[in-house]
Design a protein around this ligand. Structure first.
Ligand code: ADP
Ligand code: ZN
Ligand code: ZN
Length: 828
């Protein structure tokens, strides 16, 4: 890196910057630096550049150089947006590593890494911040114009604003408006979010005068002593704090809200609603303490011992064994050593409950980062990590991208979770693996936690690459739930099954309800019925964009495609033959909910799946309702399997385990074990032993037996040989290429061509091309090529560079027209 900032004599040197653009392009682009900015440019700062005909982008400076590009004349960069770098050099290295490892472009990584508000571009959308209370009279002319325009048209693109102001460079104005909280910046039209509001009390300025105040007080003493108390309390509090919150005042004075309301009606108090900073919390109690159990203490000692030799430790602890408490101890140590901590959780597990629990110990040192945050909130977290205000980040997948510079510890809880893997778009990264790499850069330690580890991690632990620490008992001696397997076929034969509920499950549900306990039912499909079929001609409604049948959703009375979101009206008459004999096949969460409500009419049933949790707070609201016992039975998809911890949930029903046992994938058994064990782990977590009912057509299935015996190791040992024999991870690495085209014939040729090229280098390590399970999605036909590389004796770095070259070469041929090639490294 060249450093010019301090050197005045460089004023007249011609400088260039190589920048990363947030686009899927394979190279860095070079721009010329105007002389007057020579002292301003620095690696990691953002600049505004023109790319293509007229589009403006925010790019990040990767390098400063005096070398002009050879093949094109560099345009001038237009503006430097930052006073100091917002991206650290370690992050830039990390981005490059991710791009190399996952066979994508640094620009795609940048696009995923930076919050939208940090990468303004022509198409970025601007809207007024709904809770920005700014003073319009203080706006500059340009700001005023923009605000004015947004009043009329709530969403404008950056290019609209270019036209509005009649000037090309608008990013600095927008940036400053964003910093002042006037606008929102978003890549798409996102839902508005509700700010946190709190009421504050102010004294009417009239009573700032001592005489008036005395008079008022005497008056109140006489007629409304409670109100006098409130006034006194206010005066006391306002001596030490500029803002007196309604809650504080009620606590201090012991008066009710009605008293304050009366005072506000008398215009003594002015009550103001204010937005509290979205990220500041003052309602936690610090230092709540706990003692580790002997088993936990041993585990902690063991982890520390491992860390002497090893960088990564796998903590294999059964559900509810108290892994979180171990994490807390380790975080404390890291903080004590002045280090930063990254604590990863699957998105869905990042509930208020978990966040509050950790805030108790780490207070405002802890920042939270996940996709439900607005852009403003994300940028706030970004800045606070950059400024070291946050020392611990509790976050989902994308928090690996935050600007850490002194990581000491990384925790990946539920490390087996598939949601750590980003499927789409690129970078198709696994946050667990990325975090391990990131930790390595800082010599930070990593702890992976799970009750059902991924085979990759368990393999690494057993072969000594990672340390392995086990916690085999639940905290507080609570026993693991009793699991009963019920044969659906048997119950059908005996005619005791009602709808989808076996007599065993029904009895257990009834017992739980009569004990005022709660039930969770798991069905891994949403909607009402996944297939609608004409009994006369066998017609089935299909998606117009994808090769899948449409799922009937009763709540919307539409047929939905779960791949592309396409919807159409439900049908009562077969469009092919005119028959009205239409049959619903299969069943999803909606039908379970419906049927159960008929069977147990007076129970309060709720449903938790993608459809009921789209709104910003819906998921949290469902959890609150469960916690506060406004729900007796919760029916849900795998969402209910993730980290829920409720004292009164004593019965778990798995409506149909067979759908889990039939993944068309080499991981089928690993996955179904994980799912069954995780769902079961929701039962009886505190105090009471729980009961799990597994309904299945395959009661003898080996995996079910292993779940009952809680024998993960047995599962692993029976599976691992097959993995080896059939050349799968953890012995082999897999790279998939998905090839897509709107024309099936062209796709066929393209896929064949690529397979031939790949075979030239890799021989029979290339499998396919084959049609995937769903051969067409969103009007693109798909073919997949799978590549398998043995871990020993093959340089995966070289392999990837060959694959990259083949794809690039293919893309220069006319054959590749309209074709999309998507590499997926370590697919899940
Ligand atoms: P896991 O993450 O392993 O599933 P948790 O950390 O959630 O388990 O612990 C399960 C329950 O036991 C929680 O309610 C937790 O508060 C409680 N618990 C665990 N360890 C302790 C401890 N040392 N002292 C008090 N309570 C604990
Ligand atoms: Zn028909
Ligand atoms: Zn579709």
């Amino acid at each position: 890196m060249l450093e010019f900032a301090e050197n005045q004599s460089t004023d007249r040197v011609t400088l260039f910057v190589n920048v990363i653009l947030p686009l899927a392009i394979s190279r860095l682009y070079t721009y010329r630096v105007p002389f007057e900015l020579n002292n301003v440019v620095a690696v990691g700062k953002r600049v505004v550049v023109q790319f293509g005909k007229s589009k403006l982008y925010t790019a990040v400076i990767d390098e400063i150089t005096t070398i002009a590009p050879e093949k094109y004349e560099a345009k001038y960069l237009m503006e430097v947006l930052d006073d100091r770098p917002v991206v650290t050099s370690q992050q830039l290295d990390f981005w490059k590593w991710l791009a190399d490892y996952y066979l994508c472009n640094t620009g795609e990584v940048m696009a995923a890494a930076l919050p939208a508000a940090l990468k303004l571009a022509s198409e970025t959308r601007i809207m007024l911040n709904p809770d920005g209370n700014f003073d319009r009279s203080l706006l500059h002319d340009k700001e005023y114009l923009i605000v004015d325009a947004l009043d009329i048209q709530p969403i404008l693109s950056v290019s609209d604003i270019v036209k509005l102001l009649g000037q090309k460079i608008v990013m600095p104005v927008l940036k400053s408006m964003f910093d002042k909280n006037i606008i929102h910046i978003s890549e798409e039209v996102s839902e508005r979010y509700k700010p946190r509001k709190r009421s504050y009390i102010k004294l009417n300025p009239l009573y700032n005068e001592a005489d008036m105040r005395r008079e008022l007080f005497v008056e109140l003493e006489r007629r409304a002593p409670k109100q006098a108390d409130a006034l006194l309390a206010y005066l006391k509090l306002s001596r030490n704090q500029s803002l007196v919150s309604k809650n504080d005042l009620m606590e201090e004075s012991g008066v009710s809200a009605a008293v304050l309301k009366a005072l506000s009606e008398k215009e003594v108090f002015i009550i103001e609603e204010r937005n509290v900073s979205r990220l500041y919390y003052d309602e936690f109690e610090m230092g709540a303490n706990f003692e580790l159990s002997p088993a936990q203490s041993n585990a902690l000692d063991e982890i520390r011992d491992h860390f002497i030799q090893k960088d990564v430790v796998l903590l294999h602890g059964v559900t509810s064994s108290g892994k979180t408490e171990l994490y807390i101890r380790l975080v404390e140590e890291a903080l004590h050593n002045g280090k930063q901590v990254l604590y990863l959780l699957p998105e869905i597990a990042l509930t208020t409950h978990v966040i509050e629990r950790l805030r108790k110990y780490f207070g405002n040192d802890i920042g939270v980062y996940h996709s439900r945050f607005s852009d403003n909130e994300r940028v706030e977290v970004w800045q606070k990590v950059l400024n070291h205000e946050y020392k611990v980040v509790l976050g989902a997948r994308s928090s690996v991208f935050l600007p850490f510079d002194d990581l000491g510890l990384v925790i990946v809880d539920e490390e087996h979770e598939t949601s750590y893997k980003q499927f789409d778009p690129a970078p198709r990264y696994n946050a667990r693996d990325a975090a391990i790499y990131l930790a390595g850069k800082y010599q930070a330690k990593v702890i992976l936690g799970s009750a059902t580890p991924s085979f990759e991690s368990y393999f690494n632990a057993r072969t000594g690459k990672y340390g392995l620490t086990e916690l085999t008992e639940r905290f507080g001696g609570v026993s693991l739930p009793e699991i009963e397997v019920v044969s659906i076929a048997e119950e059908i034969k005996r005619k005791v099954i009602q709808s989808h509920f076996t007599s065993v499950l029904m009895t257990d549900i009834q017992t739980a309800l009569s004990n005022k306990e709660q039930v969770i039912l798991f069905q891994n499909r949403r909607g009402y019925a996944p297939v609608l079929i004409c009994r006369v001609c066998a017609f089935t409604p299909k998606c117009i964009n994808c090769d899948v049948s449409l799922t009937y959703h009763k709540s919307s009375s539409h047929l939905h495609c779960h791949y592309c979101g396409y919807k159409e009206d439900n049908i009562n008459v077969c469009p092919a033959c005119g028959s009205t004999h239409l049959e619903y096949k299969g069943f999803g969460t909606e039908k379970i909910e419906d049927d159960l409500q008929v069977l147990i009419p007076d129970s309060r049933i709720a449903r938790m799946d993608l459809d009921t949790t789209r709104a910003r707070n819906a998921y949290q609201n469902l959890l609150n309702d469960l916690e506060e016992k406004r729900i007796d039975i919760l029916v849900g998809t795998q969402m209910v399997a993730k980290g829920l911890d409720f004292a009164d949930v004593t019965v778990i029903g798995i409506i149909n385990a067979d759908s889990l046992l039939k993944y068309p994938d080499y991981r089928a058994n690993e996955r179904s074990y994980q799912m069954l064990a995780q769902v079961s782990g929701r039962a009886g977590r505190r105090g009471k032993q729980g009961k799990v009912v597994i309904q299945t057509y395959n009661p003898q299935h080996r995996v079910i037996d292993q779940v009952i015996r809680n024998d993960y190791k047995d599962l692993y040992l029976t599976e691992i040989d097959e993995r080896k024999n059939f050349k799968y991870p953890p012995f082999y690495r897999i790279i998939n290429l998905d090839i897509k085209h709107k024309d099936a014939d062209k796709l066929y040729q393209q896929a064949e061509y690529l397979a031939i090229e790949l075979r030239k280098h890799f021989g029979d390590r290339v499998i396919g091309p084959e049609y995937p399970l769903v051969g067409r999605i969103r009007n693109f036909y798909i073919k997949s090529i799978m590549l398998k590389f043995e871990k020993d004796g093959v340089s995966i770095v070289k392999v990837k560079s060959v694959i990259r070259d083949i794809i690039v070469q293919f893309q220069t041929t006319p054959l590749s027209k309209g074709c999309i090639v998507q590499p997926d490294v370590d697919p899940y």
